[in-house]
Design a protein around this ligand. Structure first.
Ligand code: ADP
Length: 381
């Protein structure tokens, strides 16, 4: 783009910029508008005349997560200060919106590039991408996935129900081959059930349909039941699965059974999956005091009172360079991809979103080849 800007105010440059679907605004070093392409005018609902020579920060009103961005927080000021590129995409948790002339808000992604062209007085190139269309497509995809996964639940449950009936042998005895085949049906159907449930959970998260139930729960009871569910898998790998529950009152009056048990189950299942045969996994419910100490050691900023559930294993661990990504949807670290382990990379994404809905937090420590410990902070209220 700098080469183009060498032709300051050149007709070719403007024609080219006017063909772009993204909004482009060229600014002077004083942040006044030198040029705004047709898309930028449409997106802002302002004419070229209304934009030219105006100060960018006075003319383009931006909000981050619904809060007005003040002068010093302006993306152009940020790019100016660091003499580098500003990109709203690098901060994917922040939703950037831009006010249009009719006061409606438009979701945008924004990039500000400094221009070092010596032959023009353009100092900054501001590019806006209208992300509302992308959001609509994402929403439609999530709706479709939610619908399909809900529809799949019923037939999968019916298969389980009939297979169970056959296995009870009330309708006739099974020979050993039939029993073996049915065993395989049960295992595969369990995988489908788990996958469908994971997809249902992801679409609930993505469509903002998670609901914190605000109910009373007993943490020890949840942990005992989750451990009992995973125990057979641990036993099949000869992994010792131990528990330690600190002596405290662990009834929470304003919590959510499903959000906690699904998060713990996903983390515990991973600990068993990513630990070699014969290894060990430990589930601990820490007391209020022990939780405070663990939080201050971890460097996490948590001001509420609550309990930490930790799940530690002595398995394969997580490589340092991949630690940032493991909560991302569908991410699986390189050291698990060669293992003969089923998994699709949704468990931690779900656990993180469920813990956030609960007002809690999840994090981990790990040394590759030395194991991992996941911490789930559950607020008391
Ligand atoms: P998956 O279905 O692959 O287990 P998750 O979202 O639950 O998906 O986990 C994402 C990735 O994080 C895993 O594929 C694995 O690379 C890594 N991971 C999670 N838990 C552990 C653990 N306890 N030990 C080693 N790696 C882990």
């Amino acid at each position: 783009m700098d080469t183009l800007l060498a032709y300051d105010n050149d007709e070719h440059q403007n024609t080219f910029l006017n063909t772009l679907r993204d909004g482009v605004i060229l600014l002077s070093d004083k942040h006044t508008v030198l040029f705004a392409n047709v898309s930028a005018q449409h997106m802002l609902g302002l004419s070229e005349k209304q934009l030219l020579d105006k100060h960018f920060e006075d003319t383009v009103q931006l909000q981050a997560d619904g809060k007005q961005i003040s002068g010093s927080q302006s993306p152009v000021v940020k790019a100016h200060e660091k003499n580098g590129i500003y990109s709203s995409q690098s901060d994917k948790d922040v939703k950037l919106t831009m006010a249009r002339a009719d006061r409606s808000m438009l979701s945008v992604k924004m990039t500000v590039l400094p221009s070092n062209s010596s032959s023009s007085n353009v100092a900054f190139i501001v590019i806006f991408h209208d992300s509302s269309a992308d959001e609509k497509i994402d929403q439609a995809k999530s709706e479709f996935i939610a619908l399909v996964s809900h529809q799949l639940r019923t037939p999968v449950n019916i298969i389980s129900w009939y297979v169970e009936k056959l296995m009870n042998e009330k309708h006739g005895n099974l020979n050993s081959s039939q029993a073996t085949y049915l065993d395989e049906v049960v295992k595969s159907n369990k995988r489908v059930t788990d996958l469908v449930q994971a997809i249902v959970n992801v679409s609930r998260t993505d469509l903002n349909r998670l609901k914190h139930k605000h109910e009373a729960v007993d943490l020890v009871d949840i942990l005992k039941r989750t451990v009992a569910e995973i125990k057979p898998i641990a036993q099949s790998k000869n992994i010792s699965l131990s528990t330690h529950f600190d002596n405290d009152t662990t009834t929470l009056n304003d919590s959510d059974q499903e959000l906690i048990s699904t998060s713990v189950k996903n983390v515990l299942l991973n600990a068993v999956r990513y630990t070699q045969d014969g290894g060990g996994v430990k589930v601990t419910l820490h007391s209020l005091n022990a939780t405070k100490e663990l939080i201050s050691k971890s460097g996490q900023v948590i001001e509420k009172s609550g309990y930490i559930i930790s799940v530690s294993d002595n398995g394969i661990g997580i490589p340092d360079e991949e630690k940032q990504q493991i909560f991302n949807k569908l991410y699986r670290a390189s050291n698990v991809q060669t293992l003969d382990v089923t998994g699709v990379g949704l468990g931690l994404y779900i656990a993180q979103n469920f813990m956030q809905e609960l007002g809690g937090q999840i994090w981990f420590d790990s040394e590759v080849r030395d194991g991992a410990t996941f911490y789930l902070f559950v607020p008391k209220e």
